[in-house]
Design a protein around this ligand. Structure first.
Ligand SMILES: [Zn+2]
Length: 167
């Protein structure tokens, strides 16, 4: 409870409560929340969401001891991947712990900074890249359906995953 005269925002800025920010959510709720954040539901958003959630789970970290470096082409729909990562792991442009580098393909490198440094790299599998370019899903509902289908797949079927102690 804030004491008299203490600004109410003090409790909201307590980073110690960050574990509550990304509590487990039912997958449909998670997708709906991610789509609300991003503006629409699609496969590239979901790929980022899954990568970000996987990093949070595997590295057992909070958005304050994690950084993300995202590599992908600098245009939509690829950049939707970036928003999915932000929503999935809590690393954000605003906090300064997510940045983007232009690349012809999609991958993301996560670094846990504490308590022990650790690194996790997720490279989008070439067959998934090809599949998304071959699919004639068009816009709207079909794109959302493809996003939901991607969400149902295990993360290892979407990414080549490499983990190692941090460098
Ligand atoms: Zn998008």
């Amino acid at each position: 409870m804030p004491r008299r005269g203490q600004p109410r925002t003090a409790t909201r800025l307590d980073f110690g409560q960050s574990a509550a920010i990304l509590r487990p959510l039912p997958s449909t709720r998670l997708l709906a929340d991610a789509a609300r954040f991003h503006g629409h539901l699609g496969p590239w958003l979901v790929l980022g969401l899954k990568a970000g959630r996987h990093a949070r789970r595997k590295l057992r970290t909070t958005p304050f001891t994690l950084t993300a470096r995202v590599f992908c082409p600098s245009r939509t729909p690829y950049t939707c991947f970036i928003d999915g990562i932000q929503f999935g792991c809590g690393c954000t442009v605003g906090k300064g712990n997510l940045n983007h580098a232009r690349s012809p393909r999609c991958r993301v490198e996560f670094i846990r900074t504490a308590p022990a440094r650790a690194r996790l790299v997720l490279n989008l599998r070439p067959e998934v890249w090809n599949e998304l370019h071959e699919s004639k899903s068009g816009k709207g509902r079909a794109v959302a359906a493809l996003g939901r289908a991607i969400h149902r797949r295990p993360v290892s079927s979407l990414f080549l995953i490499d983990s190692a102690p941090g460098r």
